[in-house]
Design a protein around this ligand. Structure first.
Ligand code: KL2
Length: 518
């Protein structure tokens, strides 16, 4: 430890809980006293005790981290006032500490915090107005959830984001309980979870396995510790095919992040000819890099195209119905959202955030051509294979290969009238995807799924070729504000859970009836 710096550490005990508040006095030439309360120092300190060679060093690292996080606070830094250490240590009549929330002018008191009852009233499964009919003989009801559960290691890495929270609500054991309660209550057929920490996964699965769930898991690449978990009921859904997609690619500046996706194809046990493709992802966080999220979406869509493809017809390729959900880390006004829901988006000439005002302009090439993914989000080699299959290998003419050394536009003819485009400046995809949520309620108030500086929507459920029967109502921004800081004792994550029930038409139902009655 530096000789000019000395630390005085006091630990406040409440009930049997140590490290409730860590008061830090920094004894320099200039005497400075710092107090940090309501920060999950327990986790920081625990981590540092493991990492550091001695206890004083661990305390020192914790202290430094707290100072750093204080300075770079994402949530309103004005709210984090320093308090004199003595006042806090000696104050005997500090009733605020007994509350779940500290009641000073900066942090909401219990009065403003929503109750569980009120939360449940908002979060109801509401049928869609149109009122689609449902017939259990011909239709299957599939309920899907999408939930970013906030990996504990990310909570600890970005602890400054949770400085205003009740530290007890940040405990993984407590959060796990609320999250499991939320997902088990919904009685879903498929549950897509983002930020499932590897080391917490098996324990998390225990009650879900008991309920009969099976799962697919894909960790984010490299030194990350969390990933995607897709739970499904094998008694209802048979896993036919799946892809665990990594967006990190060698020799690519735009695809150099560790995000991943799962794409799974299921058939219905009660109607084996009926298929559904379900995909989940968690895209890059960096708020400025919509270009990276667009490139990641292009790779994911190529995998979806591969798994969902049925056959080529005179009207173009046919696909199984698709459900795509997750944390896309983008708002409904963004270019990537437009791309997903409109089916095409021109990125060339746009900035990295995909808006018009930027000096860092994107060129015609988004991802390198050596990845062999077309601008219509298809695998080039698959397109070639399908054409040769459709032509029984006989009439196929040789197809030019991709020039991997150029970043210029390439338009390669596959068969008469069908082309594969690369570096055209516009991205498209063949799936007609609609969002389950409209992002505003009937009164025009915006809904939100998480808090990043403000309450915003970054999580979505998109669907194609199915109908929505009901959805799990999202809170509006003003309702979120009453919910106060999440995670808390009502919501177990920094996101809320999304959900919808879809009507899947059973295939060959008529055939079966004919067969049974003949
Ligand atoms: O926005 V998130 O939280 O979907 O809830 O996804 C990412 C962020 C997640 C995985 O990378 O970690 C969070 N500031 C705040 N949050 C961050 C940061 C950051 N610099 N980096 C990652 N995350």
């Amino acid at each position: 430890m530096n000789s000019t710096k000395k630390l005085l550490l006091t630990v406040y005990h409440q009930q049997s809980v140590v490290f409730r508040n860590l008061h830090i006095a920094k004894l320099n030439k200039e005497f400075k006293i710092l107090h940090m309360s309501e920060i999950p120092t327990k986790y920081l300190l625990r981590g540092n005790l493991k990492k550091c060679s001695s206890t004083p060093k661990a305390f020192y690292s914790t202290f430094e981290k707290l100072l750093k996080s204080k300075n770079s606070s994402k949530r309103d830094s004005k709210k984090n006032k320093m308090e004199p250490i003595l006042e806090l240590c000696l104050s005997k009549n500090d009733s605020s500490r007994q509350n779940n929330y500290v009641s000073n002018n900066n942090i909401p008191s219990n009065h403003y915090v929503m109750s569980k009852k009120k939360y449940n009233e908002i979060r109801q499964w509401k049928t869609i107005e149109k009122g689609t009919s449902f017939n259990a003989d011909t239709d299957f009801a599939l309920r899907l959830l999408s939930y970013n559960i906030l990996a504990q290691n990310l909570l600890e890495t970005h602890s400054y984001l949770y400085k205003n929270h009740n530290y007890r609500a940040l405990d993984w054991k407590h959060r796990k309980f609320l999250i499991q309660q939320e997902i088990l209550n919904a009685n879903a057929n498929v549950i897509c979870i983002q930020e499932m920490q590897v080391e917490h996964c098996q324990e998390f699965l225990v009650p879900l396995r008991k309920q009969g769930f099976d799962y697919l898991y894909k960790k984010r690449t490299n030194d990350t510790k969390d990933g995607l978990l897709m739970l499904y009921r094998p008694s209802q859904l048979k896993l036919e095919d799946y892809s665990l997609a990594e967006f990190h690619q060698t020799n690519s500046d735009i695809l150099n992040r560790d995000n991943v996706g799962i794409v799974a194809k299921f058939s219905l046990r009660e109607s084996p000819d009926t298929h559904i493709v379900i995909s989940t992802t968690h895209l890059l966080y960096n708020p400025k890099r919509n270009d990276v999220r667009l490139a990641q979406t292009q790779l994911l869509f190529a995998e979806i195209e591969r798994v969902a493809f049925i056959e080529n017809t005179v009207n173009g390729p046919k696909y199984h119905p698709i459900l795509l959900c997750g944390d896309f880390n983008l708002v409904p006004q963004s270019g990537v959202y437009k791309f997903i829901t409109d089916g095409s988006f021109k990125y060339a000439g746009k900035g990295r955030s995909l808006d018009d005002i930027s000096h860092h302009k994107l060129t015609n090439q988004l991802i390198p051509s050596h990845l062999r993914v077309t601008d219509n989000c298809e695998h080039f080699d698959l397109l070639k294979k399908r054409i040769s299959h459709d032509n029984n290998d006989r009439y196929s003419r040789p197809v030019n290969d991709i020039d991997r050394n150029t970043s210029s536009y390439q338009n390669i003819e596959l068969t008469k009238g069908k082309f594969a485009k690369f570096s055209s400046g516009t991205l498209s995809h063949p799936h007609k995807l609609t969002s389950v949520y409209k992002h505003k309620n009937d009164n025009g108030e915006f809904e939100a799924t998480t808090h990043q500086d403000e309450w915003i929507t970054v999580d979505y459920i998109f669907y194609s070729q199915v109908e929505v029967l009901d959805r799990y109502t999202l809170p509006t921004v003003s309702e979120c504000e009453k919910l106060s800081f999440i995670p808390n004792f009502i919501v177990g994550s920094d996101h809320v859970c999304l959900g919808a029930t879809f009507k899947l038409k059973k295939k060959n139902f008529d055939k079966k009836i004919q067969y049974l009655t003949s």
